[in-house]
Design a protein around this ligand. Structure first.
Ligand code: SF4
Length: 481
């Protein structure tokens, strides 16, 4: 536990704020931290003040009683300044805290991208580079390089320059989980307007059918929210519209994130089987009923087992299960129990998430109430998940990080051979365009030179329904790419 309760960061150049702030809060998780301009009044007595002054000639950093002056050449590239800044600040915070971080000074969400570019050399040198340059622990560097290698081999057979993926969002859930930070709404509030939402979505689907001319559709992903909040006939209408409007003949993966077990019925699974869906998710998050009740999932462990077995008996041969570590009240014993149940069920892929306490989550808003139950993710817990997946014949195939993750860990997808979620890799590596439809859809254009542009749909459902014509117009440009 650290003894700090308030931290002030004073930065002369706010364009580095994200990197500095993220690094500080990675060392001091849960400590109230605020950023100020030089000379601003700090309205509290800080236990630790971090100051960063950047000029053309030098970088000055101080943290508590430690300080460093680093010479920097005028006109140095931003990336160089950022690296100097992060390396030095990391070393100082490490001295203050007396410990390293598993991901070193990396603050981005895609460490595997870095490993991928380091892979130009052999695996050992790539891992060494991550450890030496960014202070990534040897275990995490080895994991990133291993995943980068697997991603590279999966992507090697795919012409990503000439392909794209289709994402469709269904923003309704049976209830809102306490830790949720997605823009999802309870179905009970929208039940009478779901058909109207589908009308708008299908309008958008039709209007965008000629997006990315010349590119081949490689994957389809229906996510949310919880797509299986749709009734069987609504689901049938949605999937039928996908087939009417898009050429699925080269699609390598078609995922429907069934997600919440309380929304999955045999009838809906049959509808999915009647369409060319190849992969579904049945997401337990935990197999401990006490935790499910606490986090507002409003389904039982038995619901998960029932939904999974129904899907298997209907012939689904690629079922993913999402788990979360670091949930309130869950330590090694609870994870042990969850992993034993998962090993018995034997899914094809498992995604292990470390709980991210995003600001919007009700869990974060109620931290006082839940703090006493504690949020724990540890090496031991992460290793137990890895062991379980490896006993099921799975290897890690994708990884990403989020801000404020429990224990500074990561999310890792494990899959059996041939079952890795291709869409997950494509979205993380940002090598292929994505056409995203529905409320909160974020369309991504990946240009030949690696430049990325996004076209966002509004998040709010009411806004999406009212402004559907504008959402469509925003994507007009896609017909010329
Ligand atoms: S199922 Fe997922 S999207 Fe829905 S409320 Fe829970 S966390 Fe949010």
């Amino acid at each position: 536990m650290n003894q700090y309760s308030r931290i002030a960061i004073v930065i002369s150049d706010r364009s580095y704020e994200y990197d500095i702030y993220t690094l500080v809060i990675a060392f001091f998780q849960g400590v109230s931290t605020q950023v100020f301009d030089p000379g601003a009044d700090i309205p509290f007595l800080a236990d630790l003040t971090v100051k960063v002054q950047i000029s053309d000639e030098s970088i000055y950093i101080s943290a508590g009683s430690l300080e460093r002056h680093i010479a920097s050449s005028a006109g140095a590239e931003r990336s160089t300044v950022k690296n100097i800044l992060k390396r030095n600040l990391y070393e100082m915070l490490r001295d203050i805290c007396g410990r390293d971080l598993p991901w070193g000074n990396l603050t981005g969400i895609r460490p595997v991208k870095l490993a991928m570019s380091a892979l130009e050399e052999d695996e050992e040198s790539a891992a060494k580079k991550m450890t030496e340059r960014y202070y990534v622990s040897p275990a995490k560097a080895e994991l990133s390089v291993r995943i980068a290698g697997r991603e590279r081999s999966i992507l090697s057979g795919i012409d990503t320059d000439n392909g794209y993926s289709l994402y469709i969002g269904i923003p309704f859930c049976p209830s809102i989980c306490l830790y949720c930070s997605f823009s999802s709404s309870p179905l009970s509030l929208w039940e009478s307007r779901v058909d109207e939402y589908l009308d708008a979505l299908i309008l958008e689907m039709r209007a965008c059918r000629y997006s990315f001319p010349g590119k081949t559709l490689h994957t389809v992903y229906i996510g949310g929210g919880t797509p299986t909040t749709l009734s069987p006939s609504q689901m049938d209408r949605l999937l039928g519209a996908v087939e009417e409007n898009y050429d699925l003949s080269h699609v390598m993966e078609y995922t429907v994130e069934a997600g919440r077990p309380d929304s999955i019925t045999a009838g809906k699974l049959r509808v999915l089987r009647n369409h060319p869906v190849t992969r579904i998710s049945v997401n337990p998050q935990t197999m401990n009923q006490k935790t499910l009740d606490l986090i507002g999932r409003r389904h039982t462990v038995d619901d998960t087992v029932r939904a999974y077995e129904q899907a298997r008996s209907l012939g689904f041969d690629n079922i993913n299960m999402d788990l979360i570590v670091g949930l309130p009240g869950e330590g090694p014993d609870e994870i042990e129990h969850t992993m034993q149940c998962i090993e018995e069920l034997d899914p094809d892929d498992v995604t292990v998430h470390a709980l991210a306490l995003k600001r919007a989550a009700r869990l974060a808003l109620h931290m006082d109430e839940y703090e006493k139950i504690s949020f724990r993710a540890s090496d031991m817990i992460m290793e137990r998940c890895q062991e379980g997946c490896s006993r099921l014949g799975m290897t890690p195939y994708y990884l990403y990080r989020q801000k404020n993750m429990a224990g500074n860990f990561e999310n890792v997808g494990y899959a059996k051979s041939g079952k890795a979620g291709l869409y997950n890799i494509l979205i993380m590596e940002e090598v292929e365009c994505i056409l995203a439809l529905g409320a909160s859809g974020s369309t991504k254009i990946v240009y030949d030179d690696g430049r990325i542009e996004r076209i966002e749909n509004v998040k709010d459902i009411r806004n999406y329904l009212e402004r559907i014509d504008e959402m469509i117009r925003r994507k007009d440009v896609l017909a010329r790419i």
